[in-house]
Every structure is written in structure tokens, then in C-alpha cells.
Design a protein. Structure first.
Length: 436
């Protein structure tokens, strides 16, 4: 059975580290060794302060510092509302508001003066703006169903769907962290048989030069129960999270193994039931949303001026409405992967994000998953190996780096007497390339 998608304890980078070690050109380092080349670690535990202090040593890490601007729900809402690149043309993100619980002791500022107020206040509570929109929509008969989601929640936790604004706010006020209230998509495209909801997970790789690549395969996470627009307490009808479906639906796995439908099947489904192609109707929208989001934060998180480099794998989650319009739901900074796709995706990461910096003789050994880790290299590392201009492995290139973004300096690209090494740091692994 395919592994369920999830974003906690991601094992993607553990798989990557095993692939590198299996080449025989990388080895683990001891915990306190500062001379590592590649660090693969957990997003919230990376010791960024240890990077970039070894002159002449190439150092690469598997996360962009500051990418949480996209990957936390409240931060994403704020970014979309305050970013000039997104706020004027963002018709693919549901109407959303940031709400702080009243039981928090941290001071917040009520949103009164539009976006300028949000830009100038780190913590802005939008409950009054939400209530105004809620009542206006109710008066105009535009739909009153909203969803409250914890900003840092995962696996369906901290979620309430309701058409009662007071119930939503009371729910948030009894929580211990900031939430987002978002307009619920009341007219989703439904899968047959079963009249069921789904969302789409797309994996996106950003390399050290901030080139953006979309993994060519995607997966639909499907519901096992029919969509019921009159009963919002039945989470299996409304939330497609694997943990909720597996734990609470008696029909889990009835329609798709592991409640997952891959793009080949979805492509055929769209042709058969809607007479449209995935490539024409859905993927262009997905690509544009991905580009818009990642380009908007490039100036803030790019490592082009730093003494170390970053790359990162993102998981973009989308929904599609009955008019085949694609909506961004959220972005994950540490996405796991369906078991069926592990080998290709992880080898693709090695090829596109790591071997483009450190030349390896072989990267075609496979490995199984384990706890996440970080790597560093300790043998001779030459300049990045040349590859055909259109060689992107299992990825589709969406965006080149900004023209102002230069390649790593010659001193970083051409380093002699460097060894890849591998070392645990909490749940972080460092590696260096082994001596010949």
C-alpha cells in the first residue's frame, strides 16, 4: 500500500542521504566537525548559525531560511496581502483573515487601516474585517461557510468548518495559537464514483541558484466519503488528510489504494468525464501559482549574498472547483512523498540540487527511508558537472533565477581538498565526500 502523504517527520531527505552514502563518495561526520559540505536536517532544528564560517569550503543546506513566510498559514496570508507581486493579481487564494485568540498574552493590533496597517504591525488581528465580510456575504447570499485552521496545524488538527461566525471565533479564542479563517470552497470538483472531494499535492524543488522545478508527477489525496454540503461535522466528507480518512472512514481505500490517485489516472479521468486535458486545464494554473509564490519571496530568502547555499523541496497543495479553477490551499516546507514516487523524486533531488554543486561519479543507487538527516562532503569536489541544457531529470523547469542572481563564486564552485562528510546533529546529518 502506498505510504500516506504527510509533512511531519519527513523521510525524503533521509532517503537522499542514503543515496549519497551508497555511492561510496560520502561519509558521516562527527557531531561537532565544522568542515562539512552538505547539511540535510529538519526544518525547525537547523543550526543555521554554524553555516558559512569555513573559508573556501562549499556548504549547502536543504532549507531556505525564511521560507516559513510561505509555509505557515498566517504568514502566507500576510505575504499574499502585503506583497505587491501577489496582492493585486491573486485570484487563486481563498479570502482569508488572520485571527489571534483572545486568551493569548501577546499584544495584537486590530486591522483598521487596510494593508498598510498589516505591513507595519507584526501581529495584526483581522476579526473585525472578517465579521464585516461575513455579514456582507450573508446579506448578499454569497455563501457563508468558512474554515478555521491553526497556522501551524497539520494532519487535520485545529480545524473547524462552520457557517456561524461566532462559533468560528469562539473556537479560535479557546486555542493557544494564531489561526486563519478562510472562505470555504463550497463548490469543489468531485470525483466519481462516490461524489468525493480531493486535493492535489505537487512537489517543487528550488535549487541553490533559485531555479524552480516542478516534479512531473503529482498525487490526488481523495476522500472516502461523499461530499455533504449540509453536514460540516463529518470531517471525512470535507477533509482529505490521510490520517483523518484512515482513522475515521470505514471506506478508506475503497476507491483508490491508500486514497491516492496519481496523475496518469487523473489525466484519463478528466478526459473521460470532463473532456479536458490535465495539461491544458489544470497544470498551467498550478505552474503559475507556484511561480508567483516563490518569486515573491526570492529577494528575502535567496542565499546569493551569503557564504553558504540553500536548496529546498516544497509541497504545494491545491483544490479544484467545479469550474476547473485551481485554488492554492497551503504550502508545506517539509513534504513527505508517496512510496511509489520515492526513488525517482529523491534521485532527482540528488541530481538537480546536490550533484549540480558537488560532482559525484554515481548517484543511481537506491535506498530506503529513515529519520531525516543532514550531510556534508570531505573529498575533492570539483566544479559542477556539465549536463545537457534541457536535462531536468523528473522535473519541469518553471522559472530561472532572477537575472541579478549570480552563480556561486568561483572560489566556492572550485574547491580542492574537500571531503564529503556525514554527521548527526540532533536529527540532522552532515556529510563530506570521501577521499579517492
Amino acid at each position: 500500500m502506498p505510504e500516506a502523504l504527510g509533512d511531519e517527520n519527513s523521510s525524503v531527505y533521509a532517503e537522499v542521504s542514503k543515496i549519497l552514502i551508497s555511492t561510496g563518495q560520502w561519509k558521516r561526520l562527527k557531531k561537532d566537525n565544522p568542515r562539512f559540505n552538505l547539511m540535510l536536517g529538519e526544518r525547525n532544528r537547523l543550526p543555521f548559525g554554524r553555516l558559512g564560517h569555513e573559508p573556501g569550503l562549499v556548504q549547502l543546506v536543504n532549507y531556505y531560511r525564511g521560507a516559513d513566510k510561505l509555509c505557515r498559514k498566517a504568514s502566507l496570508v500576510k505575504l499574499i496581502k502585503t506583497s505587491p507581486e501577489l496582492s493585486d493579481s491573486c485570484n487563486w487564494f481563498p479570502e482569508s483573515y488572520i485571527i489571534y485568540p483572545t486568551n493569548l498574552n501577546t499584544p495584537v493590533a486590530p486591522a483598521k487601516n487596510g494593508m498598510s496597517h498589516m505591513k507595519n504591525n507584526p501581529k495584526t488581528d483581522e476579526r473585525e474585517v472578517f465579521l464585516a465580510s461575513y455579514h456582507l456575504k450573508k446579506m448578499n447570499g454569497e455563501g457563508t461557510v468558512w474554515i478555521a485552521k491553526s497556522s501551524a496545524g497539520a494532519k487535520g488538527a485545529g480545524i473547524l468548518i462552520s457557517s456561524d461566525a461566532n462559533q468560528l471565533l469562539e473556537f479560535i479564542d479557546n486555542q493557544g495559537q494564531v489561526h486563519v479563517i478562510q472562505k470555504y470552497l463550497e463548490n469543489p470538483l468531485l470525483l466519481q464514483p462516490g461524489n468525493r472531494k480531493f486535493d492535489i499535492r505537487s512537489w517543487v524543488l528550488v535549487d541553490h541558484q533559485y531555479n524552480i522545478y516542478l516534479y512531473r508527477e503529482g498525487v490526488l489525496r481523495t476522500s472516502s466519503e461523499p461530499y455533504n454540503s449540509s453536514d460540516f461535522e463529518d470531517k471525512t466528507s470535507h477533509l482529505t488528510n490521510h490520517c483523518i480518512q484512515k482513522e475515521h472512514s470505514q471506506n478508506y481505500g475503497r476507491y483508490e489504494e491508500g486514497n491516492e490517485m496519481f496523475f496518469d489516472e487523473f489525466r484519463q479521468y478528466l478526459l473521460n468525464t470532463h473532456s479536458v486535458s490535465l495539461e491544458a486545464a489544470i497544470l498551467p494554473q498550478i505552474k503559475q501559482i507556484i511561480r508567483s509564490c516563490l518569486v515573491s519571496i526570492e529577494p528575502a530568502i535567496s542565499t546569493k549574498h551569503l557564504s553558504y547555499q540553500s536548496f529546498q523541496l516544497f509541497g504545494f497543495d491545491f483544490m479544484v472547483d467545479e469550474n476547473l479553477k485551481v485554488w492554492l490551499i497551503e504550502i508545506n516546507g517539509a513534504p513527505a512523498c508517496a512510496q511509489k514516487l520515492y526513488s525517482e523524486l529523491c534521485h532527482g533531488i540528488v541530481d538537480m540540487a546536490i550533484s549540480s554543486v558537488f560532482t559525484l561519479n554515481s548517484s543511481d543507487s537506491s535506498a530506503s527511508s529513515s529519520a531525516s538527516s543532514s550531510l556534508s562532503s570531505s573529498s575533492s569536489c570539483s566544479s559542477p558537472k556539465s549536463r545537457p541544457p534541457n536535462h531536468h531529470g523528473p522535473f519541469i523547469k518553471l522559472q530561472c533565477a532572477m537575472k541579478t542572481l549570480k552563480r556561486m563564486s568561483t572560489s566556492q564552485e572550485r574547491v580542492s581538498s574537500v571531503q564529503p562528510v556525514y554527521q548527526p546533529y540532533r536529527k540532522t546529518l552532515k556529510m563530506r565526500k570521501a577521499s579517492a
